[in-house]
Design a protein around this ligand. Structure first.
Ligand code: HDE
Length: 722
């Protein structure tokens, strides 16, 4: 069999790595040329008739350069436009052969290369990272049996049950079409109008209003495949499966006021954090987990496994860890890799198959279709980041920007001129065979009655949260709904919330200055005629049999960890700062994998009390406590420059408000007296406040680190629910 020429290899094999090396050095010691290899003699001036004369049309060099530039942009993704990517690998623990024949999930000797793209959903490509939004968590596994894409989110359920509603959902959440306001935000009328008429969205709404929607870092998020998939073993026996990613650093969030301020201070906060962690060798890591449900148990639960607005509580079906993923290399080129990567839930390998979840089924159509307009050609699989490392042969040919130079006369099957090749693979030879599922039914446009419980999982989620987390959900709903101008929409939402949890609805209503309607409005009254009811079935009453699930709360989650690895502490310093005070905590933090950033009155260096130079990383003016995990005020020969600086006062006040740990050495009392801390101490007539670590004792660093390990000091927060 003749081999086809492949001009460049897949993105992750050795040949590609060498290519990348070459690319990195590309241009070094080389002449600048046109795209067609002609050396350019003058890249600064266009060709003109005389120094002051008109430009000449014959200037093929300028025309080529400008034409290329004019076409540099491609359409951004219709959803998930804002994203950040990284390379890494996946290693299996080798404990799933009874469930799946997928080699990459079983063979412990294989390191499967991966490319991951994290994203927000609603905002445009240049929008802020800290929008309140679900995060995309899409992983491309370059397995030896072909590419497997796990295109998931950081929230385990979705807003809608049927793909048919996706364009409506997205039209509702995107900026409103008449004035294109607001950017990357769900806090506006069209979104809540749609939601208030879609009771099935209530479970996802609870998650989206929780702190899951404002992660501290992309490295500190869980990931979920959402839909029920199937695993298939060598004997073609199948089980249902839900996929989970569990982050090594735990699941953490920022607070809403902080998110708003980060958006101004550093809109690239998550992208920068991911990039810097990898550059510094702090490789983000997740474990891949599965919840397995035998086929025989398909109807065992009081929710439908095919309904993507439901989850399987971990207490009912535990998560078994089956491997780990490490991200250890930043992209070389954002456009070539992060922008051009094309994910598709339909990219599966033998051993993984689909369920009949109607949202998943719709996605299986959508993702190839969207690449045709975004990447512009059916040959998008040839873009290096999308290439499989498995041998690839078929009779697909030609099309825009075809890279491969297929050799020979044969591009059809069956053929005899190429001895029948490329040949079909039997199942025993790794050929993909769909799950042998019997389907016999009427064609209908209907929703199953088993999808009609819209409130029980929303209520389960809410009651599984700690009071702190419940407060945040209530505040988020108050924030969002107070931005909705149409009172009827606010009221309709209160009606829906009251069916989830009365106390929740009442607290939100209080914040809106409204009363919870005695009789929730029937959403479908807004449709035209009875046929507009998508559900057909009456919503089911609340199922109160669910026990709270700790895994649903970020604070109670059993995987929560007190590690301070990669956390960043702002040290507020000026000339005369005590070198000993800086060094003692800095050393202790670094020993635990955290780092100190010196914030000073100006860029460059400041002088310590021993006359040494200390380099500042940021200034009081150019930074803010919202982009750090904690604050430390070292002792100093002269505190006056800090005491008289409004930015310093705001820095400390924000850190206090956002429940961050604040450490203060001896001699900082006057500065603290000008901040919220001073006011609180005076009010309470107490010497200490939670999470404020004072003094210079030997135990100081240990105490500071132990408080930092709590992530936030929630006792400080003002409460809506006790
Ligand atoms: Fe997507 N989604 N989606 N989606 N989705 C896209 O594909 C779509 C859904 C998700 O980093 C698009 O290449 C439909 C659920 C992620 O490149 C598009 C439906 C989940 C990403 C598309 C859904 C997702 C996308 C836009 C309802 C969680 C970003 C650009 C049936 C499991 C991938 C593109 C990346 C991207 C369609 C619902 C996750 C238009 C029709 C549910 C993480 O094809």
């Amino acid at each position: 069999m003749k081999k086809n020429h492949t001009p460049s290899a897949s993105p992750i094999d050795n040949a590609k790595l060498q290519d990348l090396e070459k690319n990195r050095e590309y241009g070094e010691g080389q002449f600048i040329t046109t795209d067609h290899g002609v050396r350019i003699n003058n890249d600064h001036n266009s060709l003109k008739a005389g120094e002051r004369g008109p430009s000449l049309l014959e200037d093929f060099i300028m025309r080529e350069k400008i034409t290329h530039f004019d076409h540099e942009r491609i359409p951004e993704r219709i959803v998930h436009a804002r994203g950040s990517g990284a390379h890494g690998y996946f290693e299996a623990y080798g404990n799933v052969s009874q469930y799946t024949k997928a080699v990459f999930l079983n063979d412990t000797s294989v390191k499967t290369p991966v490319f991951v793209r994290f994203s927000t959903v609603a905002g445009f490509k240049g929008s802020t990272d800290l929008a309140r939004d679900v995060r995309g968590f899409a992983v491309k596994f370059y397995t030896q049996e072909g590419n497997f894409d796990l295109v998931g989110n950081n929230i385990p359920v979705f807003f809608i049950q049927d793909a048919m509603k996706f364009p409506d959902l997205i039209h509702a959440v995107k900026p409103e079409p008449h004035n294109e306001i607001p950017q990357a935000a769900s806090a506006h009328d069209t979104f809540w109008d749609f939601i208030s008429l879609m009771p099935e969205s209530m479970h996802m709404v609870m998650w989206a209003m929780s702190d899951r929607a404002i992660p501290r870092s992309l490295r500190m998020m869980e990931g979920f495949g959402i839909h029920t998939f199937r695993l298939v073993n060598e004997n073609n026996e199948s089980v249902f499966v839900k996929f989970h990613w569990k982050p090594k650093l735990g699941t953490h969030a920022v607070v809403w006021d902080e998110a708003l301020k980060i958006s101004g201070n550093d809109p690239d906060f998550h992208r920068r954090d991911l990039w810097e962690a990898i550059e510094n060798g702090n490789f983000p890591e997740w474990e891949l987990g599965v919840q397995i449900v035998p086929e025989a148990d398909e109807h065992k639960y009081n929710f439908d496994l095919l309904d993507p607005t439901k989850l399987i509580p971990e207490e009912l079906v535990p998560v078994t860890k089956i491997g780990r993923m490490v991200l250890n290399r930043n992209p070389d080129n954002f456009f070539a890799e992060t922008e051009q990567v094309a994910f598709h839930p339909g990219h599966v390998v033998p051993g993984i198959d689909f369920s009949n979840d109607p949202l998943l089924q719709g996605r299986l159509f959508s993702y190839t279709d969207t690449q045709l307009s975004r990447l512009g050609s059916p040959n998008f699989h040839e873009i290096p980041i999308n290439r499989t490392i498995a041998p690839m042969h078929n009779n697909q040919r030609d099309g825009h920007m075809r890279q491969e130079i297929n050799v020979g006369r044969v591009s059809y099957s069956p053929n005899s001129l190429n001895n029948g090749y490329p040949a079909q693979a039997k199942e025993s030879e790794g050929g993909f065979v769909s799950v042998y599922e019997r389907v016999e039914a009427h064609k209908v446009r209907e929703r199953s009655e088993s999808f009609a419980d819209h409130f029980s999982h929303a209520a389960l989620f809410f009651k599984s949260q700690t009071p702190v987390e419940q407060n945040h959900i209530i505040s988020a709903l108050r924030f969002e709904l107070s931005k909705v101008e149409t009172i009827a929409i606010r009221q309709r939402m209160l009606g829906l919330l009251s069916q989830v949890d009365n106390a929740l609805a009442n607290k939100v209503a209080e914040g809106l200055g409204l009363a919870v309607p005695a009789q929730p409005e029937k959403p479908m009254n807004h449709g035209i005629g009875a046929d507009a009811d998508p559900q057909k079935h009456e919503p089911k009453p609340l199922d109160k049999s669910y026990q709270p699930s700790d895994a649903l709360s970020m604070l109670k989650n059993p995987t929560v960890t007190d590690t301070i690895e990669t956390r960043q502490v702002a040290f507020l310093c000026a000339d005369g700062v005590s070198e000993a005070s800086v060094n003692a905590l800095k050393k202790a933090l670094e020993a635990k994998g955290a780092s100190a950033k010196i914030i000073g009155p100006h860029a460059g260096n400041i002088k310590t009390d021993t006359g040494k130079e200390l380099k500042t990383d940021f200034t009081f003016f150019s930074s803010s406590s919202v982009v750090f995990d904690a604050v430390y005020i070292p002792g100093a020969a002269n505190m006056a420059p800090l005491e008289s600086n409004d930015n310093v006062i705001e820095f400390i006040n924000d850190a206090y408000r956002h429940c961050k740990v604040i450490g203060a050495d001896d001699g900082t009392d006057k500065l603290l007296s000008k901040t919220t801390i001073g006011n609180k101490l005076a009010d309470k007539k107490e010497k200490t406040l939670p999470g404020i670590v004072m003094g210079s004792s030997k135990a100081f660093a240990d105490e500071f680190i132990s408080e930092l390990g709590k992530h936030r000091i929630w006792e400080r927060e003002s409460k809506i629910v006790e």
